[in-house]
Write a protein that binds this ligand. Structure first.
Ligand code: ADP
Ligand code: 5GP
Length: 206
């Protein structure tokens, strides 16, 4: 029994509305912690600078469907007209080795993971306000104005799922939001997951 890190790896699920800052927070977490990102599979085209195998596995519709048929996904969903899924095997392998894994996925996907893996830690990233969200989505410059309106239109519906989550973090100032997520990781690893008998035996042995 290791009192510092007393379970195998933990699964952290970061989700929230488009533009809330999931990707930005995730990148900081990967730089600052031992968390490992699960690389999703998608049928959408790569954006400039995105690398196959690092940002996503960019696959055809046929490959995606074959992976569904082979039971290869922990969850998969249609998001803004494209398919996205979390490959199952690499996540399970890492958790078994004691590595913490982070999924950066949409809300439908998070709810599906919760059905199959209720031990996951579900974190909802919130923008400080709708007007800030609009500015960030516009500033990112990766979607057309119509696509931005579609994403903003989904936001209030998405907020209705907040009660399914364990934690929420408002992404106002980035460093503070990242610190909060890191604190959640530490808190989750500080839970009492052993019996009094195990604890006493360990202290008697030392
Ligand atoms: P998501 O992954 O949730 O869709 P992104 O991480 O892509 O969102 O963030 C959306 C935009 O907002 C990006 O241009 C990003 O640089 C910017 N952004 C994210 N977090 C912050 C923050 N705390 N303060 C200011 N801008 C931010
Ligand atoms: P983008 O195309 O902007 O990279 O991602 C669009 C949305 O898809 C984001 O909300 C992102 O979190 C979500 N997403 C990315 N990968 C997955 C995945 O594997 N499963 C699900 N359900 N959503 C994903």
């Amino acid at each position: 029994m290791n009192l510092e890190k007393n379970h195998p790896g933990k699964l952290f699920i970061l989700s929230g509305p488009s533009g809330a800052g999931k990707g930005t927070i995730c990148k900081a977490l990967l730089d600052q912690t031992d968390l490992q990102l699960s690389v999703s599979m998608t049928t959408r085209a790569p954006r400039e600078g995105e690398i196959h195998g690092k940002h996503y596995y960019f696959v055809s519709e046929e490959e995606f469907v074959a992976n569904i048929e082979n039971d290869g996904f922990l969850e998969h969903a249609q998001v803004y007209g494209r398919r996205y899924g979390t490959p199952k095997a690499p996540v399970i392998e890492k958790l078994e080795k004691g590595i913490d894994v982070i999924l950066e996925i949409d809300i439908q996907g998070a709810l599906k993971v919760k059905e199959n893996y209720p031990d996951g830690v579900f974190i909802f990233i919130l923008p400080p306000s709708m007007s800030v969200l609009r500015k960030r989505l516009t500033g990112r410059g990766t979607e057309t104005p119509e696509a931005i309106e579609m994403r903003l239109g989904e936001t209030l519906k998405e907020l209705s799922f907040i009660e399914k989550y364990d934690y929420c973090v408002v992404n106002g100032e980035l460093d503070e939001a990242v610190t909060r997520v890191k604190s959640i990781v530490v808190a989750e690893h500080s839970k009492v997951t052993f019996t009094a008998e195990e604890l006493i035996r360990k202290y008697e042995e030392e």
